[in-house]
Design a protein around this ligand. Structure first.
Ligand SMILES: Cc1cc2nc3c(=O)[nH]c(=O)nc-3n(C[C@H](O)[C@H](O)[C@H](O)COP(=O)(O)O)c2cc1C
Length: 326
């Protein structure tokens, strides 16, 4: 078996396959299963800012009021609800020997800077900031929306020494620029991308219903484009997330420049043996090509740069005669 170890957030991992943050990763037995199956690291289920707000007794409207928000930011994270999460971090770190990355879902930097400190003290090896600020308000410009990400990273990095990754969604206008700014603000890594909760309207009942919890392999292909674009423009560590359902997709992400991939849907569908399947499939590919993982990260970007530029093409110009895909 070739060497499939990698470096992510400055941490050495024995495999690039990481158990993504999901409901599975709030269970200690599952973390052990992930480790046994060969995962390089685990990312705990996110702690959501809303959970702390709700525990604090403030309703969402009050919490969004800026004065109330500032007031709560002072110490609320240390007092309300979040203790359970710190306990999970402590238990996880004791239960497994692979790195444990805590995940927090945040909107305000001030709030999470305090809490990130506690997470560091609880023993987490790193923090993934699951920032999902959605500018639904027509009064918020894209620049304003995106500057909130930088503020969060900046504030968190002021208070912790452990590495910080930022998980963003695909709803960003200029992904490489955004990532470069996140890197300058102190992020060691970026996770491309979160896959947001989707809803449909039931036209019979007029109720909103959740839909598509799990990804499809085909969703990986828009993400591969951005992984390559970011890898070309930045030296930040990239974790690819979305659509990893087999070792071939995992290998494509690696070749595009990701040093780790995160898996959630495949774990739900196949159990933790999926991690072993992915490691073995990647190992086989590396073996066949006579290389270790580190040689493969971003390889296509380095070796086939001209062909790779077609990834930046978004319109169907010559697809009909096959000239793009040949
Ligand atoms: C049931 C479920 C719960 C999830 N919860 C979280 C979460 O708490 N925090 C987070 O950052 N991502 C969460 N995710 C997103 C995953 O971490 C991952 O980014 C996404 O599902 C794409 O990967 P996949 O194609 O392997 O599913 C969740 C995904 C699923 C399916």
């Amino acid at each position: 078996m070739p060497d499939i170890s990698t470096t992510y957030m400055g941490i050495k991992l024995k495999s690039p396959v990481v158990a993504a943050s999901s409901t599975l990763t709030k269970d200690i037995d599952n973390l052990k299963k992930a480790e046994e199956a060969g995962a390089g690291a685990v990312i705990l289920k996110s702690l959501f800012e809303e959970e702390i707000r709700q525990d604090s007794g403030l309703d969402i409207d009050t919490a969004f009021h800026s004065e109330a928000y500032d007031y709560m930011s002072a110490d609320a994270a240390m007092v309300y609800g979040a203790g359970e999460y710190l306990e999970l971090v402590c238990k996880a770190v004791k239960a497994v020997s692979i790195p444990v990355i805590a995940s927090v879902n945040c909107e305000g930097g001030k709030w999470w800077a305090e809490y990130a400190k506690s997470i560091e003290e609880a023993g987490a090896h790193g923090i993934e900031l699951n920032i999902s600020f959605m500018p639904f308000d027509a009064g918020i410009s894209s620049q304003e929306a995106e500057s909130r990400y930088f503020e969060v990273v900046h504030e968190v990095k002021k208070t912790v020494k452990i590495p910080v990754a930022v998980k963003i969604g695909q709803n960003i206008t200029a992904v490489p620029y955004m990532v470069r700014r996140l890197h300058s603000a102190g992020a060691s890594a970026v996770t491309l991308f979160n896959r947001y909760y989707q809803m449909k309207i039931n036209t019979k009942t007029l109720e909103l219903e959740p839909v598509h919890y799990f990804s499809q392999e085909s969703e990986a292909y828009s993400v591969i484009r951005w992984v390559a674009a970011v890898a070309k423009e930045s030296s930040i560590d990239i974790s690819a997330s979305t659509g990893v359902h087999n070792a071939d997709v995992l290998t494509q992400y690696i070749l595009a420049g990701a040093s780790t991939v995160q898996v959630a849907s495949m774990l739900y569908k196949k159990g933790f043996s999926a991690v072993t399947e992915l490691n073995q499939g990647l190992g086989k590919w590396l073996d066949e090509h006579g290389m270790n993982l580190e040689d493969a990260v971003g390889l296509v970007l380095r070796k086939k740069i001209r062909q790779f530029q077609t990834l930046e093409r978004v319109q169907y110009i010559k697809i009909a005669d096959g000239s793009i895909i040949r």
